[in-house]
Design a protein around this ligand. Structure first.
Ligand code: NAP
Length: 308
């Protein structure tokens, strides 16, 4: 099979940090065009709208949609309607309903839709899943606390409705937890803290349980300065499991069991190529559903205004 002609829509931070090097290193893809109002990539034909790009470049096979989630549905619909395969950055959309509509359209068109969850490809996630399936879990504590000023400078969209606020990183934790837990979990209570001048939360404290009442407590906070925390700790019959550094290191009973260099986006593009070749889609909405549940069931608390 010749290389898949790929286009990127929404050339910004994650495209430069991760998509471009991963695509360049993957022989299954050839980057042939971009569509972005301002962003361009050296040596690649640039358009300022997806409509102009799709009209002018019929040879495009697939598109990666990397703009903020509030603007993804319309672009995804246009691309699928034109028969292109679609890679959705996380979160896959602003609502569950719009992503389900895209899944239906992809099925009708015989096109691949890939709702990507990059943290699921962190190095030690599969090892954690296999460990949890081999023992009995008594409880889980998820701590995802980072400094929004450091990671999201001048990104207004994350504070707007649909931008998810602290759930923008928190959904990465949920994508790992929903992948490694042997049984489904459900939200039972939660509190979301909204800065009084913003439409999205800066912190969330969530209590989940599964059918056996095993508790999963998740704490997301964007006000953490100093050391950043992206840890998942499970108490199990076989000792304490610590999946740390965003899923890249696994320890059990204080002993390091697995650690490998970060390679999430190269893995995502390998998966996208596999799905296209197999004529399949991969759209797991569990992480986004938990966020929607948190907005539905969580108590709302207003806290101090946030300024960049
Ligand atoms: P970003 O740089 O703020 O936005 C990406 C690009 O989207 C912008 O450069 C902009 O390009 C376009 N865009 C912005 N607002 C738009 C609008 N109103 N309508 C249409 N296009 C718009 O964001 P990012 O950090 O790359 O994040 C993009 C997505 O990737 C998010 O869903 C995020 O959760 C996910 N992600 C980000 C990271 C990260 O570390 N940053 C990591 C993993 C996943 P133009 O102005 O050129 O149109």
């Amino acid at each position: 099979m010749s290389a898949i002609n790929l286009a990127i829509v929404g050339v910004g931070k994650i495209v430069r940090d991760q998509h471009l090097p991963s695509i360049a290193a993957n022989a299954d893809f050839k980057l042939v065009a971009t569509a972005s109002r301002h962003g361009t990539v050296d040596g690649v034909t640039a358009y300022t709208s997806i409509d102009d790009m799709l009209d002018a470049e019929p040879s495009i096979d697939a598109v990666s949609l990397c703009m903020p989630p509030q603007y993804r549905y319309e672009a995804a619909y246009k691309a699928l309607a034109a028969g292109k395969h679609v890679f959705l950055e996380k979160p896959p959309g602003a609502t569950l309903s719009e992503v389900e509509d895209l899944e239906d359209l992809a099925n009708k068109q015989g096109a691949t839709l890939f709702a990507s969850w990059h943290s699921r490809y962190a190095a030690a996630v599969e090892a954690a899943k296999s460990f949890l399936s081999s023992t009995e879990m008594k409880s889980m504590h998820v701590i995802w606390k980072e400094d929004v000023r450091h990671w999201h400078p001048n990104q207004e969209w994350i504070w707007q409705a649909g931008g998810l606020g602290v759930f923008d990183p928190g959904i990465n934790a949920l994508s790992i937890v929903t992948h490694i837990l042997p049984k489904a979990m459900f939200l039972s209570a939660g509190t979301l803290e909204f800065p009084e001048n913003r439409d999205s939360p800066i912190a969330a404290d969530l209590h989940f349980r599964n059918v056996d009442y095993v508790p999963v407590h998740a704490e997301f906070d964007w006000r953490q300065t100093g050391k950043q925390s992206w840890d998942i700790i499970a108490e199990t019959a076989a000792g304490q499991m610590v999946l740390s550094e965003g899923g890249s290191k696994l320890s059990v009973g204080g002993e390091l069991k697995f650690s490998a260099p970060e390679a999430e986006y190269p893995s995502l593009y390998r998966r996208f190529a596999e799905l296209i070749k197999a004529g399949k889609s991969d759209v797991d909405l569990a992480p986004l559903r938990h966020v929607a549940d948190a907005f539905m069931l969580g108590k709302r608390k207003f806290v101090e205004a946030f300024y960049d």
